[in-house]
Write a protein that binds this ligand. Structure first.
Ligand code: SF4
Length: 374
């Protein structure tokens, strides 16, 4: 039986409706005692006394929280509700003032959509729709934000699944399917767990659990209200979940590199610019490193005319791209061109040559970069 099959079997037995109810109940009990106090949130005690969230504040906070941390959002949220306490006030503001108040929060298309959404809601009577379908019709509101507003602002059952929730659920059920392919499975688990009572608090409790206890690194399982329900913590390695596919292939850049060697074994080098990739390191002359595969990778682009012969091709992988360099070699006695210098054979190993340049030189002159004594 594969891990996937084992997991599926375990999930089928663990994720019954009884367990789901128990999970919601434990989570809500924990939330009552340990919820985060956030300026847009109605605390459970106030909720129990009949206080209800303002959909405008919930919407504003959820838009601000897209791609931004809670800590960064707090002061912006206070500024916005101070200046524009309701959706009509925001609609009456100028776009320029809204953009100014948003400055520094990033992803500025959100601010433009925020204003457009406020204008539309105000024109339609000032009330936000209370369904996911209705909310998704508005500018800047996608599936996640719509579900969050429906649950938090209107206390309607909705599967609110952000990155925190994906992590918690992947661990609860030891989901072995890579995260990118497990979205439907995770959503189904969440849908089963959402309780009929307090679905809004349940959504916020899941968010808080993921943010404060079931963190990406070193989850604090001993403090977790769901540890008895969690299959990943039993395995002893909850950080294994969610499972991620290996990163996709990196873009490929190409170029040509030129190894000029003198009769005495000296090699022509130059220093790279101080800033940027491999800043201040030493290299042989090369063309630019681009996505092109044309004349830029031939001996025709050599730093000076000569009898340049192909000496192979090397590959190297940087953080953000892979590089292929066609290597050319010539034996010459020319004076070093401006910005270049001859490095004597016994000095090559002491030069600040990055690995990629050592590969280039070794392709043309095997053993040239190894330490030599005079
Ligand atoms: S027991 Fe640990 S891994 Fe499981 S949900 Fe809680 S914090 Fe996350």
């Amino acid at each position: 039986m594969t891990l996937h099959d084992q997991t599926r079997k375990a999930n089928t037995s663990k994720a019954g409706s009884g367990d789901s109810g128990q999970i919601a109940s434990r989570l809500l009990g924990w939330y009552d005692a340990h919820h985060r106090d956030l300026p847009w949130r109605i605390a459970p005690r106030e909720f129990a006394r009949g206080a209800r969230p303002d959909p405008y504040r919930v919407w504003l906070s959820e838009v601000m929280l897209q791609q931004t941390t809670v800590e960064a959002v707090k002061s912006y949220f206070r500024t916005f509700v101070g200046k524009w306490p309701d959706v009509e006030a925001l609609a009456a503001a100028s776009t320029e003032d809204v953009m100014k108040a948003w400055a520094g929060l990033g992803y500025y298309s959100r601010a433009r959509n925020l204003k457009a959404c406020a204008d539309l809601v105000a024109r339609q009577g000032g009330r936000f729709p209370d369904t996911e379908a209705g909310l998704k019709e508005l500018p800047g509101i996608g599936a996640y934000t719509a579900a969050a507003i429906v649950a938090i602002a209107f206390d309607h059952p909705a599967a609110v699944v952000d990155g925190n929730v994906e992590r918690v659920v992947s661990r609860l059920f030891s989901i072995a399917t890579p995260l990118s392919e497990a979205k439907t499975e995770i959503r189904a688990h969440v849908e089963r767990m959402v309780p009929a009572q307090r679905p809004g608090d349940f959504a916020q409790a899941m968010m808080d659990l993921g943010a404060t206890i079931c963190t990406p690194r070193r989850p604090r399982c001993m403090l977790c209200p769901l540890r008895e329900d969690c299959s990943a913590t039993v395995s002893g390695d909850p950080e294994r979940f969610p499972v991620r596919l290996p990163k996709g292939e990196k873009p490929l850049r190409r170029g040509a590199a030129f190894v000029a060697v003198r009769g005495d074994g000296a090699i022509l080098l130059r220093k790279r610019a101080d800033k940027g990739l491999l800043g201040g390191m030493t290299e042989v002359p090369t063309t630019g490193w681009t996505a092109r595969i044309d004349g830029a990778t031939t001996e025709a682009t050599a730093p000076f005319p000569g009898d340049w012969r192909p000496a192979g091709r090397i590959g190297h992988v940087f953080t953000h791209f892979a590089l292929e360099l066609d290597v050319f070699k010539t034996v010459t006695e020319v004076a070093a061109p401006a910005g270049h210098f001859w490095s004597l054979a016994h000095e090559i190993s002491g030069e600040a040559l990055p690995t990629v340049m050592k590969k280039v030189i070794e392709a043309a002159i095997p053993g040239a970069t190894k330490a030599r004594r005079v």
